[in-house]
Structures are given as C-alpha cells and as structure tokens.
Design a protein around this ligand. Structure first.
Ligand SMILES: *Cc1c(COP(=O)(O)O)cnc(C)c1O
Length: 359
C-alpha cells in the first residue's frame, strides 16, 4: 500500500459538512484529508500517505518559493447514478503530469502512484462529493521543489500533494455564454517555452492579461501566438473550438504552445466518431472576426475540466468587437456539453472506455 490511511483525528462533523456542501462553489471547500508523497535523490518516491488536510511547514528557502518549480493537474470524481464514484480518463492526467515534470526538470511520478493517490483520497473523502445534480469532487495534484537552497538548479527534493475540493454544479440554470478579450499585448506561451506544461508559472503570467479583460468588461482573455500575434491559441485555462456553418469543427493544433487538454481531446474523439469534419488547424483572429460577421462561423466554445464546455458569445479587441452566432449557447456547443457530461455521469454509453470506477 503506497498511501496508508492515517485518518484525520478531528474530521468536520456530518452536520457541518452538509452545510458546506449546500453551495460549495469552486475551490473553497476542502475535504478532511490530503495525499502526500516525497521524492529525494537518495530515496526516490517515499513516505506516501493519506492524512489530515492541514497546513504544512515549508522552509522559506524552499526552491519553489523562489524559482517556481511547480506543476499541477486538475480532474474530477463524479458520483454515477448507481452510487459508485468514478474518474474521467485519469491516466491522461497521470501522463500529462509526467510530461509537465519533464519540462520543469522534475522527477516523473509513476502513473500507478498518481492513480493510487487519487483513488485512495477519493475513497477517504467520498462523503464530500456533493449530492446535488452536477456536483463533483475536484482533485488537485501538484508537485513542488522542496529543497532548501537558493542556487538555481533542479531541486534534489520534491513534495507531491493531492487536495480534494467539493465543487457545485458549474452551470446552474444552464450554460451562459461568456465574452472574451483578445490580448494583443500579452502572450501566454512562446515556442520552446512552457505552454504545453501545466505549471503554475503559466498562470502567474496570464493574470495581468485576465485583469485587462475584466477591466474591458469581458469575462476571460484569449491569447494569440507569441510570434505573429495573429493565430488564436487558447484561454488562460481552457482550450478553444470553432464551429462552422458547413458543420466543420476546428481547434488550434498542439504545436508546443497550447496545453493539451483532455476535454479538448475528448471532444475531438466524439466529433470524429460522429463523422463530423474535424480540423486541428491554425485560425487567425482576423478570420474569426470576418467569419463571425459573414455567418460562415456559427459557434465558438472553450473547454476544460472545470466547466467542461463554455459557450463564447462575444469577442472584443482594442479596436473591434463582434458577436459569435446569436451570442447565446449554440446547438453544437450544447451537444458536446450534454454528451460529455452524460458520459462522465454514466448516463450514456462509454464507447471509448473513459470512465474509471473507483472500487
Ligand atoms: C488545464 C488546462 C486546460 C484544460 O485541460 P483539461 O485537461 O481539459 O482540463 C486548457 N488550457 C490550459 C492552459 C490549462 O492549464
């Protein structure tokens, strides 16, 4: 057993927990436990456990606090209609975590340890999965450089942690279309950089652009490529899709600067299986605008684990603005939201073998 269970001696009472689960929102309600595991050059991966979630001591000279050697993942546990708990393609998160580790010069956590840590934590905190429609347990594995050293080099010690957080339904009362600000000043990732790694640093540098989007009255920022500022890449934390009047769906190709989303990959697989024409091709911001205005483009949506599928209603840049389709959730967007959530909840056939029940 790589993650022995050391129960929290003073867990939250059932009554208090029920109160917190009424409207948990996202990322604020945490469970009683967490998974931890250490790595050192001498011992490799060791000292794994599921233990009480609590603050831990960290030396102020820990490398992560200075040079941001950190990676993370995000996935959800869902309750199926038959009561069992299930994960959606967790082995994909495990593999992406390994690729992110490689890019940040960190040790690669073996896939089976990643999966064991997640499953053991979900089992320990199964009571924290909200019962309401659309509720889930959001899991946040991360790895930090814990070596105490101010020299710049890959650390020789790391700490792996998994947190679990109760999440309410993202789309209470149906999906709402969001507005996007096109950042022409800031970029998210450059060729050769860390765009395809899931690391905190990518988010740190996206915040000022997100702030600008809010100041401009938009919900989220969409980034262009760093070289030409011409090609649409993705949002700060979601991939993007375009739907055309002829039925084609398109998403930018994974060419090193875009995070390879598991939701993105799942939508591509569903669309191909449905016989839709699917393109992983670059799309220019000027074309997006012209096609939206001409009606050649009918819908656009963003996608990621948290909201699954998010319709895009309006797009604005420094000296332009346009509406996508009707400005509301389109049919194809709604279709992929419905299909993916139905598979995740065990309400539709799982032809691709994506749903992993937790025994
Ligand atoms: C996590 C993430 C996504 C979405 O990935 P999923 O696996 O679908 O959750 C997209 N873009 C960025 C930048 C991300 O960090």
């Amino acid at each position: 057993m790589s993650f022995p269970f050391v129960p929290n001696p003073s867990p939250v009472s059932a009554q208090e927990r029920a109160g917190r689960l009424v409207d948990p929102g996202f990322g604020r309600v945490f469970t009683d436990h967490m998974a931890t595991l250490r790595w050192s050059e001498a011992a490799g991966w060791h000292d794994g456990r599921i233990c009480a979630r609590a603050p831990f001591q960290i030396d102020p000279a820990s490398a992560v606090l200075h040079y941001a050697q950190e990676i993370f993942e995000g996935l959800k546990a869902y309750r199926l209609d038959d009561g069992a708990l299930a994960l959606f393609r967790p082995e994909q998160n495990a593999r992406r975590f390994q690729r992110s580790a490689r890019r940040l010069a960190m040790p690669e956590l073996p896939e089976d340890l990643f999966l064991q840590s997640i499953e053991a934590l979900v089992r320990a905190d199964a009571d924290w999965v909200p019962g309401q429609e659309g509720g889930s347990l959001y899991l946040r594995p991360f790895l930090i450089a814990s070596e105490v050293f101010l020299g710049v080099k890959p650390a020789s010690e790391y700490l792996y942690v998994v947190l679990a957080s109760s999440a309410g339904s993202y789309w209470k009362g149906g999906a709402r279309a969001i507005s996007l600000w096109v950042s022409h000043d800031y970029t998210r990732a450059a060729p050769g950089g860390t765009g395809e790694a899931k690391c905190g640093g990518n988010y740190a540098t996206s915040l000022v652009a997100q702030q600008e989007a809010i100041r401009r009255g938009c919900d989220q920022v969409v980034f262009l490529d760093a070289g030409e500022r011409r090609w649409i890449e993705e949002l700060g934390g979601m991939n993007i899709f375009f739907v055309f009047a002829d039925g084609t769906i398109r998403t930018p190709p994974l060419a090193g600067t875009i995070l390879p989303g598991i939701t993105r990959d799942s939508i591509l697989a569903l669309a191909r299986a449905e016989g839709l024409r699917v393109e992983e091709e670059p799309y220019a911001i000027a074309d997006w605008r012209a096609d939206a205005e001409s009606g050649r483009l009918t819908e656009s949506f963003a996608c990621g684990t948290a909201a699954v599928v998010t319709p895009i209603g309006r797009v604005a840049g420094p000296d332009y603005g346009f509406t996508v389709g009707t400005g509301a959730t389109g049919q194809v967007t709604q279709h992929f939201l419905d299909r993916l959530t139905a598979i995740q909840r065990g309400r539709a056939p799982d032809a691709h073998g994506w749903v992993q029940r937790i025994g």
